[in-house]
Each structure stands twice: as structure tokens, then as C-alpha cells.
Ligand binder design. Structure first.
Ligand code: ADP
Ligand code: GLC
Length: 468
């Protein structure tokens, strides 16, 4: 039973949605029953599908009593059982995050989730929760008297991103159902309730979405370093996979021109032409794209200066196309760069699933100067579509991309989040692009890599078995 704030295609803000939308499918294929519970946001998916009510409950978060409803998608379109939870005035919103009462929204969601599970006749064999929005579940399951009948269920907690920790003051501790106060310390980190830390302390197993990220958390995790050091025995790094049915250049329904790996060169070119037409770019130059949240974590703030520097010092030998949204200041600076464009720069501010697919397919290079990247899915999507990743060596990027200068390599790697290092990577990309043979060799190599979920799904199952 997965419990998560996001699940593609119902609601997705980033990679968490992709993972929770894909992993259960592969668990199902391996012969297990996988279910997903998430909040019922008001997204198009909700209105385009038919639902049946499977449970109604009444519960409380401190002094606030509320009704909740669980609905299930009727046609089982995704393969696994998909449940949405509605809580009036808390979860009935269009967006996933970004409201001033997000703390209350997700605490209420977690309480109602456990209320529901505790009413089942046969409990799930594992509860698998994801990120801080569901990080209080392992604690509540073990320590709240109300959930005594299900406190034996093993819990796995997966950390997709430790930058966000779900911190709330102790003044809100009354939100939680009555718990064994001797164990209050399991909720606490630095004199506050910290959902991420509580999840790590209380879960039976903790996973991070790549092995390198797990190591990194021990020396860089926004204050939780010593926690990861102490809990190292139950922590495992399992690399994410990608959903090969959704991300397949041969069948991708978002593409005008689908292509087989053996026809990648011609297929990609058609997609590039169409992107260049739409964004006023020059086909003859290598196209370097960035897709992602425009935040410091992704190194997005270096993009404007890097692009300026590249144009000035390398020359106007490449196109840049950027898709993303995030910090208003970065959005503004990227927008103002358009004045400089001479058929070689454009930006789309916003979230656009279709455009992202077209860019993975049509670009020559995908740049990821991430400061922190627990796994990163973009580089894997890019490689599946024959687009060379240009990545900073960190977290999952380090675990999935080998520089073309090394034996068997196929990508471009650099060490620092700096204008200098990223511009140097751009220069290498421009030079490499002139060598068609080498480009083809790298492309063939990366398109043969298998980033499917099978292996990782198997690792999760082994972990579930350890605690059952
Ligand atoms: P994170 O979850 O940290 O944002 P990931 O690399 O794991 O990073 O996943 C990002 C996912 O979100 C990818 O599927 C990527 O294509 C998608 N994405 C990010 N920003 C946008 C955007 N502006 N429009 C469309 N898709 C986006
Ligand atoms: C997070 C991370 C990203 C990872 C994704 C899915 O959002 O930032 O690196 O790929 O989760 O696990």
C-alpha cells in the first residue's frame, strides 16, 4: 500500500509523481497486489474518470473534526488500485502544494489514511510511504493508541528529497492522535516536530532514490546528517527506474514524430525541426535544453549568466531552450534574456508535460547543473530518447551518467555548480556535436542502457520480505 502526495498521471509536481505512478505497476507485474492512496486534488484526471465511493469516515486532527471520503477509480486504468481521499476544505484544491495550510492538509491526510487502513479486514503486508508529506505515518502507526490494531504492519519510508522536511512547531503536537509520550523524541529534531526525521526514526526500512544520495545525506542533509549516520543500518539506496511504457520514443503519444532507436538520428531531427519552428531557433546548431523546477536545488540560477557567457565567449554556436517554473527572480531573468536572442534562445515558463516530451525527443543535449539530485529522472528520459545528458556529478546523476571521455562513456559530466564549469560543459558539447560519428556512438550506447523498473522493483520486494 503506497501512500503519497503525488502519483502520475493523477497529479504530479516532479519525479515523486513519476515514481509512485510507475513502481506499483511493476510490483503488479511481478505478481503482487499494489495499491496507491493519495489526496483527491481537483485535477483534470479526477474529472475525466469514473469513481466509486469505497469508504466514508469521520475523524479529528486535534479539535478539528472532519469527514473524509475515499473513492476508487472504476476502470482500473493504471493497473493498480488507485484510491483518492477527499477532505472538505483541506484537500479539495487544484494544486498539490503551496498553500499556507499545507501542514494541516497533509497531517489530516495521514490521520485519515491510517483511520481507513485500520478499518480493513485484512491489513496490507507493507505500508510504503514517500517523503515528508507522509513521514508521520510510521510514527503514528507505532505510537498512537488509536492504531494499535495495525501497529504491527511493516513500514518502508522512501526519501525522494531531504531538502524538504515537513517541520512544524511543538505547539501543533496536539494535531496527532494520542500517542505514547515517552517516545516524543522520535518526532523531534532541533526542538521541532520534523516529519522527515520522524519517518526515518520510526520506519522499519528507509530508502533513498539512489545509492550516492544516501552517502551524501550523511554529510549534507540540511541538518539531519547525524541522523542518517546513526540510522545507517536500516537505510538502503535503490535507484529509481523509468516507466518504459510512458517514456518510449516509439509510441510516445505526445510526439508528432515517433521513432525507433535504430532510426534515432532521422527521428530526432524531425522533432528538432518542429521545436525549432515553434520557438524560433536555428536547426543547424546543437540544441541544449533544460527542463525542471527553477530553484537553487537544480542549479537553475546559474542559467542566465551561463547562457550570456556562452554567447560571448564560445560564440553563437548553439541553441538554448528552457522549460520550467519556480523562483520568480529566475523566471524573470530568463524571460529578459529573450532580448538577446538571435534564433538561438527561448524559454517557456510554466509546466507543460507535452512540451517536455517533445524536448527530450528533439534536443541534442539536456543540461542538469543540479546542486542536489537525489536521483533525477530527466537524464534517464533524455537518454532513452537519444539526448545526451550534461550533468553535475552528484547523487543519482553520478550513478547514471558516465562521461564520454571515460571508457564506455556516453554523457558530459562536470564537478561544480558554477557558470565556469557549466559553460565548459557547453563548449565540450558544441565540439562534440561537430563529430557526428562520436555523437552517434554515444547515442547508440545510451539508448541501449536499461533504466527500467524491473531491477529496482525487485530490490524493494526483497526489502519488504526482510521485514515481513
Ligand atoms: P524533481 O522531482 O526534483 O523535480 P526529477 O528529475 O526526479 O526532479 O523529475 C522531474 C520530472 O518533472 C520529470 O518528469 C520532468 O520531465 C518533469 N518536469 C519538471 N519541470 C517540468 C515542466 N516545467 N514541465 C513539464 N515537466 C516538467
Ligand atoms: C525528488 C528528487 C529527484 C528524484 C525524484 C523521484 O523530487 O529531487 O532527484 O528523481 O524525487 O524520486
Amino acid at each position: 500500500m503506497h501512500i503519497s502526495a503525488e502519483c502520475y498521471p493523477v497529479a504530479k509536481a516532479g519525479g515523486l509523481g513519476d515514481v509512485v505512478g510507475a513502481l506499483p505497476k511493476y510490483q503488479l507485474e511481478a505478481g503482487h497486489i499494489a495499491k496507491v492512496l493519495m489526496p483527491m486534488y481537483r485535477t483534470p484526471y479526477l474529472y475525466n474518470h469514473e469513481w466509486e465511493v469505497v469508504h466514508q469516515g469521520y475523524t479529528n486532527m486535534g479539535s478539528r473534526w472532519f469527514n473524509f471520503t475515499i473513492i476508487k477509480e472504476k476502470s482500473n486504468e493504471l493497473g493498480f488500485d488507485l484510491y483518492l481521499m477527499d477532505i472538505h476544505q483541506l484537500l479539495d484544491r487544484e494544486k498539490i502544494y503551496g498553500y499556507s495550510d499545507d501542514t494541516e492538509r497533509f497531517v489530516a491526510f495521514q490521520i485519515a489514511a491510517l483511520d481507513w487502513v485500520s478499518s480493513w479486514r485484512h491489513s496490507p503486508s507493507v505500508i510504503h510511504v514517500h517523503d515528508h508529506h507522509t513521514g508521520l505515518i510510521p510514527f503514528m502507526l507505532r505510537e498512537c493508541y488509536k492504531y494499535r490494531n495495525i501497529s504491527h504492519i511493516p513500514v518502508v519510508f522512501t526519501i525522494h528529497n531531504a531538502e524538504y522536511q515537513g517541520i512544524m512547531g511543538w505547539d501543533k503536537s496536539y494535531y496527532l492522535p494520542e500517542y505514547n509520550t515517552w517516545n516524543w523524541g522520535k518526532l523531534d529534531w532541533n526542538n521541532a516536530i520534523n516529519a522527515l526525521a520522524a519517518g526515518v526514526k520510526s520506519a522499519d526500512r528507509v530508502t533513498t532514490v539512489s545509492p550516492s544520495y544516501l552517502q551524501q545525506l550523511k554529510w549534507q542533509s540540511n541538518g539531519l546528517e547525524s541522523l542518517f549516520e546513526m540510522e545507517t543500518g536500516k537505510c538502503f539506496g535503490i535507484l529509481n527506474g523509468i516507466d518504459k511504457n510512458v517514456w518510449n520514443p516509439e509510441t510516445d503519444r505526445y510526439l508528432e514524430h515517433t521513432f525507433k532507436p535504430e532510426e534515432a538520428e532521422a527521428g530526432k531531427l524531425k522533432n528538432k525541426y518542429s521545436l525549432c519552428d515553434d520557438f524560433g531557433l536555428d536547426y543547424d546548431k546543437p540544441m541544449i535544453v533544460f527542463i525542471g523546477r527553477l530553484v537553487g536545488e537544480k542549479g537553475a540560477e546559474i542559467l542566465p549568466d551561463m547562457i550570456r557567457d556562452c554567447f560571448e565567449y564560445i560564440g553563437r554556436k548553439m541553441n538554448f531552450l528552457i522549460l520550467g517554473s519556480g523562483m520568480p527572480e529566475i523566471e524573470h531573468r530568463l524571460n529578459s534574456l529573450k532580448e538577446l536572442a538571435r534564433n538561438d534562445y527561448n524559454v517557456y515558463i510554466g509546466y507543460n508535460e507535452q512540451l517536455s516530451h517533445r524536448m527530450y525527443a528533439g534536443a541534442d543535449f539536456l543540461l542538469m547543473p543540479s546542486r542536489v539530485e537525489p536521483c533525477g529522472l530527466n537524464q534517464m528520459y533524455a537518454m532513452r530518447y537519444g539526448t545526451m545528458p550534461m550533468v553535475r556529478r552528484t547523487g543519482g546523476l553520478k550513478d547514471t551518467v558516465t562521461d564520454f571521455g571515460e571508457a564506455g562513456g556516453y554523457g558530459i559530466c562536470f564537478n561544480d555548480v558554477s557558470v565556469g564549469d557549466a559553460s565548459h560543459a557547453v563548449w565540450r558539447a558544441v565540439e562534440l556535436y561537430r563529430n557526428k560519428e562520436k555523437m552517434k556512438e554515444c547515442r547508440d550506447r545510451m539508448m541501449q542502457l536499461d533504466f527500467g523498473w524491473e531491477r529496482s522493483a525487485e530490490e524493494y520486494l526483497k526489502l519488504y520480505q526482510q521485514i515481513n
